[in-house]
Design a protein around this ligand. Structure first.
Ligand code: ACM
Ligand code: ZN
Length: 747
């Protein structure tokens, strides 16, 4: 790195008396993921054009890679020789590491000392990771192009905790060029991540050339957007060969994902005979889960998939093929005579077992070709295929269940690993706190957890800049979790190393995002505090009410928020707004509430502030993951409020969310009951909404019941009717429907 870092070699710790008391070494380079064991020294190695790389023949590839790194960073070419050198030498070897606790294939020992640099890998993989650590040191070395550079002395012994360290990249919802894929392979490798899970087929686009089925890319790779424009793209076989070779040079394995039986509408659009109804459908141009899936009763579907997989296996040397298996609505299968016939002939009890049959049949095919199958955790439903590896996304339970049953598992739960989610849901610290090994998994089964992935779905990521912004720096947290293990006490140290890597990322052309939302609002009682999450910022706020709006002003003390208002808060850096402005809408809270109780419980995934969340005065926004929405999955919401004493009430209202792409529907109706004793209830009115179930787009739907004569009530109950199942016309017909409420307002 040319113009940067003047990191102190010595930190002088001055006591409160002002006397120099102790002189300590501190880290001078920031290595991510942090090595297992390392020491820094004040010595250094001088790298110059006369430096030689010594490497026996078996390490030629690694030697040339190092030669290229040196050329790129320092702008001179060092020579490679196969005979030993005495001084000014970088030695690359592969042999058993002296310490027997470092005997995994990926272990390495890197020593930088005055006369030489040595990297010994337990295997070529280990040697390569050692070179990447040295590369990070190079990138943080102050120097001038073409001139000698002083390389910080150190001694690192290192190896990873987990062998599967990956990034899922969805190139279907949005397409990314070959150059972007290569950039990501390079970045994965730089941070010692070794898996690119490449999501190549989807409802919204088929992205891999298959010679036997040209329509998949001539037609299935393109969708007509709602504005009439055509969007798409695909990778030719030649592109893929080039990308696979590039990945191999970077010690990265590409696992292709070919989705089945669901998320297959682009294939069905290209070849309608693959579906139950065999009707022409378009390539999807909206987000969601679609009910057009491969027919499980038709043998020609399996012929198609096997022919596709044959070409896929020829392209990708990976031992694994990912077959998806997630989010396959069973609606079509329930109504298809061929699928039903298959269930009878195969003695299957329900459509989940039919999905298991489907996956098992594909697994048998893959295993016969020496490939292993990975599927999302839905492949557990209806019985797991004999050798399948499970990728756990709906929590870690699926992966844990697989491991308990002696199947391998990869962890990428929505709670910590979905980096398509916004920073207020998953920030750098949250990813860093991820532990792929569930607490309750017995010791003897822990080795079945192979590792994890961060999942980069791209519905809302249209281009490379947005992609970089989502992936970085959060991917670095997973890289450290998977290589170095989970240790939340190290977070501050990690974050500081991430800050030191920002300039490295700049030079690698990465438009990284922030590590956290700059500010957080914390409401306690009637007051809201605004807190800083980042260094070097000031805070400003404004309050909007119906009849007046103040200007942004400096935040000094908590804001009174028990009233109908919108609080806007923003960070300011160098007098300029920094990051997004945060908005929270408040309403006056219900008074004299003694308790709130639920007949049906809200989902753990959408707790919306917990038991009192419906009465906390905080309204939800159009981001249904903002923490204010309480979700009920496949059940009605029935909530009872008891007051301290009788209250006089004119009106009760609530807000619901409606966004059918995510299976969230406004209620059928809302009914209100009152009671004197909490036992006998009298209905006091009900209401329905104007908007239709089919209405698309994200919206907040208020529903209000006014009482002609004010009611004196001790207990009040609100029942909101969930539609329970996603209706037949919907692309995810038959799935459980969500009902979302943010607040119950009582006037
Ligand atoms: C997934 O997020 N549907 C695996
Ligand atoms: Zn069928």
């Amino acid at each position: 790195m040319k113009y940067l870092i003047h990191l102190a070699i010595m930190a002088i710790i001055i006591s409160c008396t002002g006397r120099k008391e102790k002189v300590e070494m501190i880290e001078t380079v920031s290595i991510i993921p942090i090595p297992d064991s390392f020491t820094y020294s004040t010595n250094s190695f001088v790298l110059n054009p006369a430096t030689k790389i010594y490497s026996p023949k078996e390490n030629k590839v690694e030697a040339e890679f190092l030669q290229m790194l040196i050329k790129n960073e320092f702008d001179f070419t060092v020579s490679i020789q196969s005979s030993e050198c005495e001084s000014n030498c970088i030695k690359l070897t592969t042999s058993n590491l002296p310490d027997s606790s470092y005997h995994g294939a990926e272990a390495y020992h890197l020593i930088i000392e005055p006369n030489q640099i040595t990297i010994n890998g337990q295997s070529n993989e280990g040697l390569f990771w050692g070179i990447q650590s040295l590369n990070q040191v190079f990138n943080q070395t102050d120097h001038q192009d073409g001139y000698a550079a002083r390389i910080q002395g150190l001694n690192i012994l290192d190896q990873p905790k987990f062998k599967h360290r990956g990034l899922l990249l969805d190139c279907c919802r949005h397409f990314f060029s070959k150059e972007v894929i290569k950039k990501y392979i390079k970045l994965l490798s730089y941070y010692k991540m070794n898996i690119l899970h490449w999501h190549l087929t989807e409802d919204q686009g088929w992205r891999i050339e298959i010679e036997k089925y040209p329509e998949l890319t001539e037609h299935g790779a393109w969708r007509i957007e709602s504005d009439g424009s055509k969007y798409g793209g695909f990778y030719t076989k030649k592109d893929i060969q080039e990308i696979v070779a590039f990945a191999s040079e970077h010690q990265v394995t590409i696992i292709p994902e070919i989705e089945l039986p669901g998320h297959s509408q682009s294939a069905i659009s290209s070849y309608p005979y693959l579906s139950c109804e065999q009707k022409k459908v378009s390539v999807a141009n909206d987000w969601g889960v679609f009910k057009e899936i491969y027919c499980a009763g038709n043998d020609s579907t399996f012929d198609f998939i096997e022919n596709v997989l044959k070409e896929v296996m020829e392209l990708f040397p990976s031992e694994y093929i990912h077959i998806g298996g997630d989010e396959a609505p069973k609606y079509r299968w329930e109504k298809c005579s061929k699928c039903q016939k298959r269930m009878v002939s195969e003695n299957l009890n329900d459509e989940h077992e039919l999905q298991s049959y489907f996956i098992r049949r594909i697994e048998t095919f893959l295993n016969a070709h020496n490939k292993k199958l990975i599927g999302w955790d839905e492949i557990l439903e209806g019985g797991l295929s004999p050798n399948a590896t499970v990728q756990s996304w709906r929590g870690i339970e699926g992966g844990m269940h697989a491991a308990e049953n002696e199947h391998y598992a990869i962890m990428s739960p929505t709670s910590h690993c979905y980096i398509d989610y916004p920073l207020d849901a998953i920030d750098l610290k949250k990813v860093y706190s991820f532990n792929p090994i569930p607490d309750s998994l017995s010791k003897d089964k822990q080795h079945y957890i192979l590792g994890g992935e961060v999942n980069m779905w791209t519905e809302h990521v249209p281009d490379e800049k947005n992609l970089d912004n989502k992936v970085f720096p959060r991917m670095l947290a997973l890289s450290e979790v998977l290589w170095s293990g989970t240790d939340t006490s190290r977070y501050k140290n990690f974050r500081n190393r991430v800050y030191n890597h920002f300039h490295v990322l700049d030079s690698l052309g990465v438009s990284y995002g922030a590590e956290a939302i700059p500010i957080t609002l914390i409401t306690t009682g009637d007051s809201t505090y605004i807190t800083k999450n980042n260094r070097g910022i000031d805070l400003q706020y404004q309050v909007e009410m119906e009849d007046c709006t103040m200007k942004f002003q400096q935040y000094e003390s908590p804001v009174y928020t028990n009233k109908d208002c919108i609080l806007k808060a923003r960070a300011v850096k160098n007098q300029m707004p920094y990051g997004e402005t945060i908005e929270q809408q408040f309403c006056e809270k219900a008074k004299s509430v003694k308790s709130i109780s639920y007949r049906t419980m809200y989902s753990e995934n959408y707790v919306g502030g917990g038991n009192y969340g419906l009465l906390d005065g905080k309204l939800g926004s159009l981001n249904f993951r903002d923490g204010n929405w309480q979700g009920f999955w496949g059940k009605h919401a029935e909530v009872t409020i008891e007051f301290e004493n009788q209250q006089l009430i004119n009106q009760i209202s609530a807000q619901f969310y409606h966004y059918i792409n995510s299976w969230i529907f406004r209620p059928e109706s809302v009914e209100v009951f009152t009671s004197e004793n909490g036992i006998n209830w009298i209905s006091k009115g009900n209401t329905r909404t104007e908007i239709q179930k089919k209405t698309r787009g994200k919206m907040i739907v208020p529903m209000t019941i006014n009482f002609k004569n004010p009611l004196h009530v001790k207990y009040i109950k609100m029942k909101a009717q969930n539609i329970l199942q996603v209706p037949g016309w919907h692309e995810a017909a038959g799935a459980d429907a969500w009902l979302f409420i943010d607040e119950i307002k009582i006037r």
